[in-house]
Ligand binder design. Structure first.
Ligand code: G3I
Length: 372
């Protein structure tokens, strides 16, 4: 995203400062406008199928965001579902939308076990030919040069449980060993000479021994990459919060993000959202719990992490990958006997009607405070 404000952020921050049409229409300032006051950026993950057909949603995105992240469209499995058959129209459409509205894009994601098409995984395992990775990276990275300056080169390299020395045992690890992460960064650097290259990881803010082990392994990975001179610039902490899990104490999270920064890497909040626990509370109480968790996280990330980009994984509850599951219903066996339902998970800044919730207010309050 770079350190400078985008044209759009400048326009929005100006609009929020005066009694403009925009500020009359929208009583709370947009998140990007608030973030710009603090020298930061706010954006959301989007899908072109939602953006292209939903005018309310488009308006909300333009009111709130200074950058977007393609939720699916840049992933290898979306780009090349069949070998040699490139599908870049949806990603190009997001890129055109971004250019038209002065938004930046963040590149998510080049290599992730869940985003590599089946045929490519099979071929990687069979041939151990790194050129397969080079082909895909060369197809997408230069194409969006000038628009995408930050890239999640490797997504979620850590193992879900034990793994192989703590790394996720996927096709890349099997074919190329742990060095695939350095090679991926080198390949990305070859096609994005000035890009900011990142590793994006989840579950590093989890309480308990598993979370602690992940944090230790992650820092060791960063040290290994440093030793080999890998071109790594920053870290995306996904921060998919879960109210069903205990929360890590702020001081311990702060110590961890300071460890990352001590390795000369910048930190971003890259996929923030909140999975709820108690769906039978009134909506205001549910929103309060979500907002409290977001406040506790962002206080640390903005202070100890000095993050200058916060991205939520979606903007409105209308479109969230987080669902109220069968297991969630099962935890409240006596609820909703009257035929009502808990509705959607309420873990994003806007509700399904595009109205700001408590999470939005917390984010406005925190993001607009100056970076120290
Ligand atoms: O588009 C197909 C559709 O044609 C098909 O009928 C349907 C049947 O399952 O699948 C559809 O594709 C799904 C796609 O979402 C669109 O709904 C994929 O199966 C499904 O895997 C995909 O999930 C996405 C997931 O990444 C995998 O790419 C989620 O929307 C997206 O939110 C999620 O995002 C990830 C980040 O990239 C990395 N961090 C975690 C985050 C949440 O899981």
């Amino acid at each position: 995203m770079g350190q400078s404000m985008t044209r759009r952020a400048v326009l929005l921050s100006t609009a929020a400062g005066g009694l403009s049409r925009r500020s009359l229409a929208s009583p709370t300032p947009g998140l990007a406008a608030a973030a710009a006051k603090g020298g930061r950026h706010y954006g959301a993950a989007v899908r072109w199928d939602h953006l292209s057909r939903d005018a309310d949603y488009r308006a909300a995105i333009l009111r709130e965001c200074d950058h977007l992240v393609p939720e699916l469209e840049l992933k290898w499995a979306s780009v090349e579902p069949e070998r040699g058959n490139l599908t870049l129209a949806p990603m190009d459409a997001i890129a055109d939308f971004a250019r038209q509205h002065g938004l930046r894009l963040h590149g998510h994601c080049l290599l992730w076990r869940r985003s590599i098409p089946r045929w490519a995984q099979d071929e990687i395992l069979r041939t151990r030919d790194w050129n397969l990775v080079v082909r895909y990276v060369s197809a997408v990275v230069p194409r969006y040069a000038g628009l995408i300056e930050t890239w999640d080169v490797v997504n979620e390299p850590l193992a879900l449980s034990e793994g192989v020395d703590g790394l996720q045992p996927d096709a890349l690890l099997s074919a190329f060993g742990p060095d695939y992460i350095r090679r991926a960064l080198e390949t990305a650097r070859a096609f994005a000479p000035t890009g900011k290259l990142m590793i994006n990881e989840y579950g590093l803010e989890a309480e308990g021994p598993h979370g602690e082990a992940r944090r230790r392994r992650f820092l060791r990975l960063l040290d290994e990459l440093r030793r080999t001179g890998a071109p790594l610039d920053g870290i995306g902490l996904q921060d998919h919060l879960d109210l069903q899990l205990p929360r890590l104490a702020q001081a311990r999270l702060a110590a961890f993000v300071r460890e990352i920064r001590a390795r000369d890497l910048f930190v971003t909040v890259s996929e923030l959202d909140v999975k709820e626990r108690d769906y039978i509370l009134p909506p205001e109480a549910r929103d309060g719990r979500v907002a409290t968790a977001v406040r506790a996280l962002l206080e640390v990330m903005l202070d100890a992490g000095k993050v200058d980009r916060v991205t939520t994984w979606g903007l409105s509850d209308r479109y969230s990958w987080l669902e109220v599951t069968r297991a969630d219903y099962a935890r409240f066996p006596h609820a909703w006997k009257d035929g009502t339902t808990p509705g959607l998970n309420r873990g994003l800044p806007l509700d399904a009607a595009m109205r700001p919730k408590a999470m939005h207010q917390v984010m406005v309050d925190l993001l607009r405070t100056s970076k120290s």
